[in-house]
Design a binder for this molecule. Structure first.
Ligand code: FAD
Length: 499
């Protein structure tokens, strides 16, 4: 048994993009607070935030069709698309602040400009895409979007996808040049390097195994260190940023807000191509439409990726079923998360989502050749030998009882769960995910530190000039911010001019 015991202001559990972002925000707001981090793996950004474990899309609703649904009257609802776009602008502003103030360097190592495209086939889908384009292209946030159903134009935009395409079905795409590819792993590591330089106490190979409230209102964590002995650390505020591992830790806190919540793990696989002859024929993120019955996070897309100064292509994700909550988790994770307080919620979700579970199990059983067949819907002449399978991160979707959906409703967004006194918060869910980390961590700050908000607001506005403002209602401010962040992040020369 180790004797190491510490008392600190803030403990962040997990060294992914969420803890990295919250730690960096807090260090700017209150530099003298002591922050300690515990990460069970040996490095930062090794789970979902790692560049090979997610798709690296800077989600801003420029290409993701599931953010714009068709209403029963045939019109397109763009509210969610606006919300997600605005949230990404918050991330861009914070990252620009960090670059402008030399807190992180070389933005091209984590963000690159890349056209975002949506691609559909079939008459009905083409009609939908055209309506979506009409609904978005006049909106200031989506300025510069183009639509084409002309195969020649499409050949220019996406040669790899159009070559050897025999289908006579109508096909159409939208394209917008102001999209991005984000290496969230690199960004996470940069932020942790920065935190280390600010004397944040970062402990790798330290797994948090229990969280309890102390009699004086603090939180005490039991932490297993790399030598297998147990340490005890207390803090006034704890953020559970364990990714898929957050739910079991939240349950250990026993706070009322942790009850009646469950997790539904979804695994992922990508096909990756490093053959530069093929890679050079594609330059975009091209999102398709999810298959009927597929969850929104398994929308197929073919993406150019920039990782370690090298370009590659990623196709997927293929979703699958796995009982693990983390890629490095245990097969017992799902079963162990069933507690007396959430068993009926979990059972109801199980009954409601039989077809989804069946779909995920079927997906899991696909052979490499069957996956290549799915890829051929995008790249008709794809050769199996050019593509390898990589295992992606786990996503644990939230299951809870809601008024709209009833008992055991599966949620596809992210959710901040916090104690009523703001002393502990956890982030659950995984979508839109890392792209909106800054917005979500500001939510944590608002929920957990309301007493400091007035004092902190000027600094927050220095870091995020649009804080508290609707960008869609202030198009001039949006243009100004979009242009200046593009400049700071090195995106401007290749992006469309917004002036
Ligand atoms: C297949 C896939 C594709 C995705 N695509 C995108 C995309 O294109 N764009 C996008 O914005 N987002 C995407 N996401 C979502 C995004 O990756 C996540 O939302 C984000 O990385 C979550 O960050 P996090 O810090 O919460 O979790 P993680 O990065 O998973 O970090 C959690 C950390 O906590 C540690 N941990 C867990 N339990 C403990 C414990 N008990 N003690 C100590 N440490 C612990 C883990 O080891 C891990 O390092 C995708 C995710 C997946 C899986």
């Amino acid at each position: 048994m180790s004797n190491r015991q510490t008392k600190t202001d803030v403990i962040l559990i997990g060294a992914g993009i969420m803890s990295a972002t919250l730690g960096t925000l807090l260090k700017e707001l209150v530099p003298d607070w002591n922050i300690t981090v515990f990460e069970k793996l040996e490095k930062a950004g090794e789970e979902s935030s790692n560049e090979w474990n997610n798709a690296g899309t800077g989600h801003s609703a420029l290409c993701e069709l599931n953010y714009t649904v068709e209403k029963p009257d045939g019109s397109i609802d763009i509210n969610k698309a606006i919300k997600i776009n605005e949230q990404f602008q918050v991330s861009r502003q914070f990252w620009s602040y960090l670059v402008d103030n030399n807190l992180i360097r070389n933005p091209q190592d984590f963000i690159m400009p890349l056209p975002h495209m949506s691609l559909v086939q079939g008459e009905k889908n083409v009609e939908f895409l055209k309506k979506r384009f009409e609904a978005l292209s006049n909106n200031p946030l989506f300025q510069g979007m183009e639509f084409s159903d002309d195969p020649e134009k499409l050949m220019e935009w996406i040669p790899l996808i159009m070559q050897d395409r025999n289908s006579t079905d109508p096909i159409a795409a939208t394209k917008i040049d102001s999209g991005t590819d984000v290496n969230f792993g690199a960004l996470t590591r940069m932020l942790f390097d920065h935190l280390k330089s600010k004397n944040v106490d970062i402990n790798y190979n330290h797994k948090v195994v229990d969280i309890k409230r102390t009699s004086d209102g603090l939180w005490e964590l039991k932490v297993k260190n790399d030598r297998g002995s147990v340490e005890r650390h207390t803090a006034k505020f704890v953020f559970i940023g364990g990714g898929g591992g957050s739910l079991p830790l939240l349950q250990k806190t026993g706070i009322p807000e942790s009850k009646h919540i469950g997790g539904f793990p979804v695994s992922g696989l990508f096909l990756v191509c490093n053959n530069q002859e093929v890679v050079e024929q594609h330059h975009a993120k091209v999102y398709g439409k999810a298959a009927v019955g597929a969850p929104p996070m398994s929308v197929p897309h073919l993406d150019t990726r920039y990782i370690d100064n090298k370009k590659s292509l990623l196709f997927g994700p293929f979703a699958g079923f796995s009982p693990k909550f983390l890629k490095t988790g245990s097969n017992m994770d799902l079963l162990s998360s069933v507690k007396p307080n959430n068993v009926f919620t979990m059972l109801a979700a199980g009954a409601k989502n039989m077809s989804l579970t069946k779909y995920l199990i079927q997906q899991l059983m696909l052979s490499k050749e069957q996956r290549i067949e799915e890829l051929r819907e995008f790249v008709p002449n794809a050769k199996s030998e050019d593509w390898d399978i990589v295992v992606a991160g786990q996503r644990v979707q939230v299951i809870k009882d809601t008024e709209a959906g009833g008992k055991g409703t599966l949620q596809f967004g992210t959710e901040v769960v916090s104690a009523s006194d703001g002393s502990i918060a956890a982030l659950l869910g995984a979508s839109p995910g890392a792209s909106t980390a800054v917005h979500v961590m500001l939510e944590v700050i608002k929920k957990c530190f309301p007493q400091h908000l007035i004092e902190w607001e000027p600094k927050i506005k220095e870091m995020i000039p649009s804080y508290g403002m609707s960008l869609v209602e202030n198009p001039e401010i949006f243009q100004e911010i979009h242009t200046s962040t593009a400049q700071s992040l090195g995106l401007s020369d290749k992006e469309l001019s917004y002036s």
